[in-house]
Design a protein around this ligand. Structure first.
Ligand code: ZN
Length: 279
């Protein structure tokens, strides 16, 4: 089956990772549409958009190269100081799933620059929705600025902060806090690269200062689905996610009142409480 796809769809070459999960470089041919390619390869659109810089999935040009993961999931480049446990928390995943997917063992050493594969099915299994509101944390990080009045980090003048800032390293994954439809996925002034999602109950969420957008306008996303990567685009003093929750009357609300406590950002499904963590 794989060989047939290999021959019929014109793959140029295979970039193998040391662990057997990698990506292929695919030459777009006349008549190709991204939605057909992902169907042929059994991939979700976000896994392909995450790996490539494609602004509009409807605008592929023949002769262009795109990368396709050989399994459905996302790559993460190990940063200095990372551990498997920490990377698992960034993806709201289980460390044992990442270990298995990359043919590692509990004693394996990981190194900065190493590319790990995070399987789609293990993502967001450890995120914890507030049963009252059904919102989950969009990123695993440290709250660096709360919603409300604060001194502007650039001018020192008191100004209203319409969201919550969650500091975490660049390229950390960002997840949809609730299911809905993407209504904005582009550069927007001080927000930098940003995404807005319309939820079915009339609320909206915004994710700003991204380094990369992995969704397109009109895309339906599930709660816990990867939508982009953390950055510092727009008016930002360092890598962080600016996260807003907007009610059905277009008023920004304090995300704290919609989310579980930050010490319950990451919660394992198992009974042991050692898996509970926040920052
Ligand atoms: Zn902010």
């Amino acid at each position: 089956m794989k060989l047939k796809i290999f021959l019929t769809l014109g793959i140029v070459f295979f970039i193998a990772s040391a662990f057997g999960v990698g990506s292929i470089r695919y030459l777009v041919r006349p008549g190709d549409r991204l939605f057909n390619i992902i169907r042929d390869y059994n991939l979700r659109i976000s896994t392909v958009l995450d790996l490539n810089c494609i602004d509009d999935p409807r605008s592929l040009e023949p002769g262009e190269f795109i990368y396709l993961p050989t399994g459905d999931g996302f790559f993460y480049e190990v940063q200095y100081g990372d551990s498997i446990d920490y990377i698992a928390k960034l993806f709201f995943a289980l460390a044992e799933h990442i270990i298995a997917a990359n043919n590692l063992s509990c004693n394996s050493v990981i190194y900065p620059g190493q590319r790990l594969f995070i399987p789609l099915e293990s993502i967001s299994v450890c995120s914890n929705a507030n049963p009252g509101t059904q919102f989950t944390w969009p990123v695993y990080g440290k709250i660096s600025s709360e919603f409300g009045w604060r001194k502007d980090p650039f001018t020192g003048v008191s100004i209203f902060h319409s969201g919550m800032d969650i500091a975490v390293q660049r390229d950390a994954p960002v997840f949809a806090a609730k299911e809905g439809t993407v209504i904005e996925a582009q550069e927007n002034g001080g927000y930098g690269l940003n995404i807005a999602i319309q939820h079915y109950d009339g609320t909206k969420t915004r994710y700003a200062h991204l380094n990369h957008i992995s969704v397109y306008v009109g895309q339906r996303v599930l709660r816990g689905e990867l939508i982009g990567r953390v950055g510092e685009t727009g008016r930002s003093t360092g890598p962080h996610l600016h996260f807003e929750i907007i009610d059905s009357r277009d008023q920004c609300r304090d995300p704290r009142s919609y989310l579980t406590g930050s010490n319950y950002m990451y919660v394992r499904r198992e009974t042991d409480s050692l898996g509970v963590g926040g920052r």
